[in-house]
Design a protein around this ligand. Structure first.
Ligand code: NDP
Length: 338
């Protein structure tokens, strides 16, 4: 039985990927910043799956060499999912860029040394659609790269994903030659949460359900369901034609106001806001509400994305965005988050 290492096993995407890989018959091992997280993860996975699920967890931090050699030992594949994904803008971009880039290189180097066949890395649409200014292609595809030096049309998080993914490709094209790499670039990931500790992307659903927003900023997001993201990682791991490729994952792009409409229809008893806030007001509010700084480069920008390669090469027809939004909301309500 082949063994797969999933880094950042405690995360939203990684948890779904672990269950997907176990269902396919792989032996799965995870890393977490602390091995103490194993017990909680066991409960989360078992509750969601409706049966006992337990995987070994090895402690490894992206910021340190410790643990990575042990984590990859005997693995045929590595799914490198871990990366800092905070809801707020850090004091210094290096707080995200250094662990994202150096952590990816630690994982790749350990994988190469252990004779791993292929690494699948979770990058992001953030490594494709930013830093284009007024020249943004429409639609954006896997052929496009964000420009991390454009600080206007970027966030530290987006820069961290671009720089980390570039470093990974440079590594396998140079020193790491022979190690296969496939990269997954999801847009905003929705779908069912497994635990109350929700990923940053799900706050886009939790905040309107909590009635915390007066109206929506004029921003749009590509939407993909986490179950498709898990399946895409699994298929990119073994499909021969996926080696050396990036895959942009999206069902479709929706304005926040349209997402609100889906929530209003599904939960008429909740005070889900209506309407759009003027851009100047969101910019002004970001001075008092720092998490809003994260969305400033998005204001008014329509970034259409292609999912042609996802369908053609990975053979995945995405779950409709509206279903992904409703699945997030249902899970957040069930878990008592909102
Ligand atoms: P989560 O926040 O749920 O998961 C992030 C994971 O990364 C956590 O397990 C976290 O561990 C781990 N991590 C963060 N920093 C470190 C570190 N220094 N050392 C070791 N592990 C670390 O987010 P998601 O599941 O949503 O994100 C997973 C991946 O998907 C990330 O690479 C993210 O950039 C990418 N992505 C996510 C999208 C989305 O919309 N959700 C869209 C596109 C890409 P811990 O539990 O210890 O904090």
């Amino acid at each position: 039985m082949e063994t797969v290492l999933v880094t950042g096993a405690t995360g939203f995407i990684a948890s779904h990927l672990i269950l997907n890989l176990l269902d396919k018959g792989y032996q799965v091992r995870g890393t977490a910043r602390s091995a103490e997280k194993a017990e909680r993860l066991k409960k989360i996975l078992s509750d969601y799956a409706g049966k006992p699920v337990e995987i070994p967890i090895i402690a490894a931090d992206l910021g340190s060499d410790d643990g990575w050699a042990e984590a990859v030992e005997g693995c045929t594949y590595v799914q490198h999912v871990a990366s800092p994904f905070p809801a707020t803008v850090p004091k210094h971009p290096d707080e995200l860029i250094i662990p994202a880039r150096d952590g990816a290189l630690r994982v790749l180097k350990a994988a190469k040394a252990a004779g791993v066949k292929r690494v699948v890395m979770t990058s992001s649409f953030a490594a494709i659609g930013y830093g284009w200014g007024d020249n943004r292609p429409n639609p954006l595809t896997e052929a496009h790269w964000s420009n991390p030096d454009d600080l206007e049309d970027n966030t530290p998080y987006a820069r961290s994903k671009t720089i980390a993914e570039r470093a990974a490709w440079d590594y396998v094209e140079g020193e790491g030659k022979g190690l296969e790499l496939a990269v997954i670039n999801p847009v905003g990931v929705f779908g069912p949460a497994m635990s109350e500790d929700v990923s940053t992307s799900l706050q886009i659903v939790s905040q309107p359900l909590e009635g915390k927003l007066p109206a929506y900023p004029k921003i749009c997001f590509g939407i993909i369901d986490v179950r498709d993201v898990a399946e895409a990682h699994a298929r990119a791991m073994t499909l021969p034609e996926a080696a050396g490729e990036r895959f942009l994952l999206s069902d479709k792009v929706m304005w926040m106001e349209e997402m609100g409409q889906v929530l209003r229809e599904a939960y008429p008893d909740r005070k889900v806001p209506k309407g759009t806030l003027p851009n100047w007001l969101v910019r002004a509010a970001s001075w008092f509400n720092p998490p809003l700084k994260q969305i400033l480069p998005e204001l008014g920008h329509d970034r259409q994305v292609s999912n042609e390669k996802l369908k053609r090469v990975l053979g995945i027809t995405p779950i409709p965005a509206e279903d992904a939004i409703r699945a997030s909301a249902d899970s957040l309500i069930r878990l008592g988050v909102v």
